[in-house]
Design a protein around this ligand. Structure first.
Ligand code: ADP
Ligand code: MG
Length: 266
């Protein structure tokens, strides 16, 4: 389908992300079955849900690493994967999609740093290659960002010589270097030794306080409780329950949410 009418054209300027009835299937498996989500500017939204619920797939759709089968995802004025013209959505080509994607950063469970490049080289790669930032300027910004995540003394180090927590903080600095509108985190602390989780969550908390809009898949309940504006429980490809953390975590109304939380809290 190369063009379709849009039903999300009435835009609220306060909303940064709006997903409307997102469907995605792989082969004959329906993974996302009509997922809706609204994220306001500056909000932190935590996505909770069991393994296989479709959380990663949903993040990948927001970033257009996967295309949706039906429904729409808007980030700011952009319908992801499309361009709005004459009230209709027209499918974008790969280069225009890459441009949209550059405004949305993603931090993964595995840090995906280039092992044969220094920390600073990892951070400036995106700005220099994708945005055409002059190298001196990119280095300056990169150093400031590494300072912000507490790694000012590691700029010339290679990723392999850093702990997992430090590598993940480099990945966050690299995400920030693109000056994204939105950062998607997919279980950013799940691969870390327990004693390294806190330093990464602290950096994420600081970003949240600085007003960054973030969608975070995590099982870290204390982070969800303390930092999230909204918690969204996803199961079997749909939003089961959403609201402020004290409601969804503290006083869930659905049995599926309660069962999940009981398992996570064990
Ligand atoms: P979660 O992140 O909530 O654990 P995922 O989004 O990773 O869930 O996966 C949801 C379902 O989609 C799973 O059943 C998974 O096997 C399936 N899936 C995810 N990616 C693919 C893919 N590229 N091809 C086929 N099936 C996939
Ligand atoms: Mg996942």
């Amino acid at each position: 389908m190369s063009e379709r009418t849009t039903y999300a054209a009435t835009r609220d300027p306060d909303v940064l992300v709006r997903a409307v009835s997102v469907h995605k299937r792989f082969g004959n498996i329906d993974v996302l079955k009509g997922l809706d989500l609204t994220v306001r500017r500056g909000q932190v939204v935590v996505l909770l849900g069991p393994s296989g619920a479709g959380k990663s797939t949903f993040l990948r759709c927001i970033n257009h690493l996967e295309s949706v089968d039906s429904g729409e995802i808007w980030v700011d004025d952009d319908p992801i994967g499309f361009r709005l013209r004459d009230g209709r959505l027209h499918e974008l080509r790969e280069r225009a999609i890459a441009k949209q994607r550059a405004q949305i950063a993603m931090v993964f469970q595995r840090f995906n740093l280039f092992p044969n490049r220094t920390v600073l080289q990892n951070v400036i790669e995106g700005p220099v290659k994708v945005k055409g930032t002059p190298i001196a300027q990119a280095r300056q910004q990169g150093q400031e960002l590494l300072d912000r995540v507490g790694l000012a003394d590691k700029v010339d180090e290679y990723p392999g010589r850093l702990s997992g927590g430090q590598q993940q903080r480099v990945a966050i600095a690299r995400a920030l270097a693109m000056q994204p509108k939105l950062i998607l985190f997919d279980e950013p602390t799940s691969a870390l030794d327990p004693e390294l989780v806190g330093e990464v969550l602290n950096v994420m908390t600081e970003l949240a306080c600085a007003g960054m809009t973030m969608i975070v898949v995590t099982h870290e309940m204390s982070f969800a409780r303390e930092v999230a504006d909204q918690v969204v429980f996803i199961d079997d490809g749909v939003v089961v329950e959403m609201g402020p953390p004290e409601q969804v975590i503290g006083n869930p109304t659905h049995s599926r949410t309660r069962q999940f939380l009981a398992r996570v809290h064990q």
